[in-house]
Design a protein around this ligand. Sequence first.
Ligand code: BGC
Length: 720
Amino acid sequence: MQFLQGKGENKDMIKELIILIVLILGSAFLYSQSRIQFVAKKPERFQPLSFAQADAKADSILAQMTIEEKIAYIGGDRSFFLRSIPRLNLDEVYMTDATQGVHIREKFRDNDLSRYQLEKSTAFPCPLALAATWNTTLANRYATAVGEECRGGGIGILLGPGMNNYRISQCGRNFEYFGEDPFLRSRIIEAYVKGVQSTGTVATLKHFIANNTEFYRRKSNSIIDERTLHEIYLPPFKAGIDAGAQAVMTSYNLLNSEWCGESDYVINNLLRKELGFKWLVMTDWWSVYDGEKVSRSGQDLEMPQTVALKDIQTLLKEGKVKIENINRMVKSILRTYYAMKLSNQKKNLPDNLMYKAHESVALQTAREGIVLLKNESNLLPLKKNIQKILLTGEYVDKLAKGGGSAEVKGFNHRLMLDELKAEFGRRLDYEKNPSIEQIKSADVVLCNVGTEDSEGWDRAFALPEDQEKRVLNCVNNNPNTVVIVTSGSGIRMTDWNNKARAILYAWYGGQIGNKALAEILSGRVNPSGKLPITIEKEFKDSPGYGYIPAGEVLYNNWNGNQEKAHPIYDVNYKEGVFVGYRWYESKKIEPLYPFGYGISYTNFHYSDLTVSKETINENDTLKVSLTVKNSGSQKGMEIVQVYIEDVESSVPRPIKELKAFKKVGLNNGETVMVQFELNKQAFAFWNPKIQDWYVEKGIFVIHVGAASNDIRLSKEIIIR
Ligand code: BGC
């Protein structure tokens, strides 16, 4: 009280102080209320039932099913449906592809699918472009948007994410996947799965496993050793499973001479026992052959209909198939059905506001996914005084996109021509096949090259001849040529890379990607993507080279008979764990552009690498921190990458492996402290002798850098 009995002035001051405190508390309260209201307004995120709850429901329905109903239930219906059994209130569930958005089908093999038709769906940049953003928050928003469109179409099961490994640049489906590194793939996939499933849509991890070529894909036999499987191929599936994925699709290929979709080792052992997957497993479309094996393998659902399981009644009578196995399959399908509350899925067409929001996620993905590979004497962004810009190329007046089940038409297509015209106006001219004179007289030439990759076949690493000619023509006749690559995978750039002054890798940008491209060319957006793949100089440099049987050639058609007639052939994963940069670094083969590489219009300076302890036990968590400064003249985003090197190892290990990364945004001049935590997994390798991950004691080096070939800071630690 003494405190309050001061002079008049003091009293006034105290009064003011009290008023101030009341005001601050009041506004803090109001602010918190508005936050609460804001949070409450957000759509509720879907919560699945627990395994035990779903299991109990599945049990009660299974008990009421006739044997005919059970047999019908383990095969798909009308190409894309889980079957309905009205007597038991089991509704049909529609499923469609895929990772980069909703594939709208009018019909499939004469089945009318129109009841589930969205009027339109957003064509997002391809998943490989999403991986090039290295932005897990964005991956989550992208997938949430895809899931929301599924809700709009009454689609219960999304047949994605596709997540096989980028082992060879020629694989026709690379655009659908997330690149070559298991750590980067895992982080993007877990964010993706959480996004899709937060909307109540099932995410399907596909294709399990080792499905890394489209060359006679039903006939390729992936020969892989155990350590390689565990270090390179399984971790992304594990990440998706741990993130809560409710379905897995097995693959077309064989693994070590057994078809994955009917392999006890692949499904029961690897997927269910080792990775702990408890939910729905489905086959890829027409990919299993032996009903007896399928029933014992841990597989649940044959898609798109029963083929291998067609004679299961007879097999049951003959005692070759057990009723317990059929019950197990049915129950597993039912569990996912109940956990994800898949009954009564209705078309609920989203309003245009939702499409608008989704388009902006697509745009942001393209902005952050386009990779600037080269920019000699800062030709980009194009300066205002550049008056004559010549645009040419293959995918200027049409969108470059990937084909097959993952194809998404999209709406409101932004063509490269239109977007660049809008950006540069009369300064820009377009010529599909410009003359030498036109090329020479331009201040800058923007030359697009690309490929349209597809499911069903692989494509050559080299560009088609006419495109190679066009780009050579440009770089040979104009030193200010910017090459814009639109492809779903790596392409051969060796003959023009040195002559091009700038190169932008723009992937398949989806319906609005060309807007992002225009923004990057003009400098309104600073590029921040980095390669999720290595781009080799020559295909023969790559770890997967030689996968095509001697004397055979690439093809590009859907000829099923040709595939049927083709013998099973072995794809020997002889490189073992040395995939992608792990291969190029250990073999000392210099790629054209390395993994993790991509430049910006600004510069970043790395300093002050510290670790929480220099000697740790294998179960300790190591804290790593450093300072990154934007030392250039404009704001930008940097992807800080942490690689671990095991200096002394009793088994051959890659020179280094990615174990952490962070994308940070910085204004020019701004500095940020970036922190990472590394646990046991970051230092371990898979040891087949003990069938587990294993950390070998000794010296490790923590490398921090801007790319796999651009390590800025390193520090040694010891594990004892
Ligand atoms: C593809 C799958 C796809 C399925 C259904 C298959 O050919 O390999 O990825 O989900 O078709 O469209």
